[in-house]
Design a protein around this ligand. Sequence first.
Ligand code: PGA
Length: 243
Amino acid sequence: MPRKLAAGNWKMNGLEQDVSVIKTLAERHAQAGIDVLICPPATMISACAGHGIAVGGQDCHAAVSGAHTGDISAEMLADAGATHVITGHSERRADHGETDADIAAKSQAAYRAGLKAVICIGETLGQREAGTTLEIIDGQLAGSVPDDATAENTVIAYEPVWAIGTGKVPTLEQIGEVHAHIRQSLVARFGDGAGFTLLYGGSVKGSNAAEIFAVAEVNGALVGGASLTADDFSPIVTALEQA
Ligand code: PGA
């Protein structure tokens, strides 16, 4: 059975004082029977680690070290206390031109450092309207997910680009269709494909979490805006526990 994961992506938000959010989440959910992860900005990883909530990076460089000003390696994230790293978020694909090959290399760097990669895939609105969603998903799975991915070292997050930060959520049928497709393709490619945790991401909040978690093959969520405060994120964690 896939593990359930409630993951928060703080993006470029969070100062030292916001470690209090992690502490509150830990008080409420450290004993939850599911995995709870927050990916704060890299500047906060070491302050956020060690409180009972898993902590992850939002990106990493593919190399171990070297002349790459401003970049952070997977080993550095692990050294700071991270256990996970997001790779291939659509904002990285769009803002930094990251390709599927880049994302596969970053995911391999995560494995090398002992981190779990949370690999993000998802179609744009234009692609959805053109009817090419499943083709896009197939291409991203083939290109971004390394051959040595396992259910232990990889989580797949389906995040339609048009649903991120917009308040627009696909229908439950649309989410179910894509998740079933991802599951099928993982099962076809990997011996343990049935065990990968599959997340839905894009405008998840307390008010829609339970219905999304009831969709087959949805094992959790990757949450942006609604992960920034404990009071917004807690109901999502609780909904996943109860799903
Ligand atoms: P959102 O972001 O929950 O604010 O839509 C999701 C994400 O980008 O991971």
